[in-house]
Design a protein around this ligand. Structure first.
Ligand code: ZN
Length: 281
């Protein structure tokens, strides 16, 4: 996999180098089947497990990038988004001249399915509240993250994906966790993680936030508002993106104020890094 710089306004686009550079933009229209991971499909060409990379890109403020892949599956790495964030930091992120376009939420959009829920509400910045309720040993966890506070790299990116040892054979039989191992996921036994220690006490809910950021990236632009999720998963995340995009009166395309963009550019010149990027992973 290789990440290349892209022109302002082009968004996040996957490119299959093994299929004549066939391109699949990371937008809601291209979402394929969603179960344990999120996949994109266009004209029969598939890209699977997009959520962790998309999360890292949005979390680190990258709006425009080309992602080259020579097969259909993104690397699982250590099950978190940290290796991506570290790679971005190594090569740096470039600020582009055009102002960032966001989806600014004007009124509530909510989706409920039994006891699962996602809603988005007006608010400045990009804030996510997530609550989960899993069988033991996880139980209930909740967290609230403000992405504007530049917390993604330390508070969210390191949180790893997880699964129950008891489900392992069933999932393997279904072909859902072909590559899962103690190196790329937290495996939970009856008494707790079998490959501890955890990176955070509430690593599980933090990983759900990571996944949600990655799935909401499929709205095509960064969201400006407050997202609240309870007991949701990939299928619900992507269904929510479809609902949001369809409800055209609930949001407007907005632009980051000129002063803010200029300040970011100033800062990036000073530190040698900024927004939109290229990196090799
Ligand atoms: Zn995940």
């Amino acid at each position: 996999m290789r990440l290349l710089p892209a022109a302002a306004g082009s968004g996040i686009v996957f490119r299959r180098t093994d299929l004549d550079n066939f391109e699949i933009p990371a937008i809601g229209r291209n979402v394929a089947k969603v179960s344990y991971a999120t996949s994109l499909m266009r004209q029969g060409v598939l890209i699977s497990t997009t959520e962790h990379l998309l999360s890292a890109l949005i979390g680190m403020g990258v709006d425009n990038v080309i992602v080259e892949l020579d097969n259909l599956e993104l690397p699982i790495l250590d099950g978190s988004a940290l290796p991506y964030v570290e790679a971005f930091e190594q090569v740096g992120i470039r600020t582009q001249r055009r102002r960032r376009e966001t989806i600014r939420v004007l009124r509530a959009v909510e989706v409920r399915e039994g006891n699962k829920f996602i809603g988005v509400y007006p608010g400045s910045g990009y804030r996510i509240s997530y609550a989960i309720d899993f069988p033991a040993p996880i139980g209930q966890q909740k967290t609230c993250v403000d992405l504007a506070a530049e917390t993604y790299g330390t508070a969210i990116a390191p949180a790893r994906t997880f699964g129950y040892k008891a489900d392992e054979q069933k999932l393997r039989d279904m072909g859902l966790i072909r590559g899962a191992s103690l190196e790329n996921a937290i495996i939970l036994g009856a008494r707790g993680p079998m490959n501890g220690p955890l990176r955070f006490n509430d690593e599980f809910v933090r990983h759900k936030v990571l996944d949600l950021i990655g799935d909401l990236a499929l709205a095509g632009r960064r969201i400006e508002g407050h997202v609240v999720a309870e007991r949701a998963g990939h299928a619900m995340h992507t269904a929510f993106v479809a609902r949001l995009l369809k409800d055209r009166s609930a949001w407007e395309l907005a632009h980051v104020p000129v002063e803010e963009a200029a300040a970011a550019e100033e800062e990036s010149r000073a530190s040698g890094t900024g927004v939109p990027a290229f990196a090799g992973v």
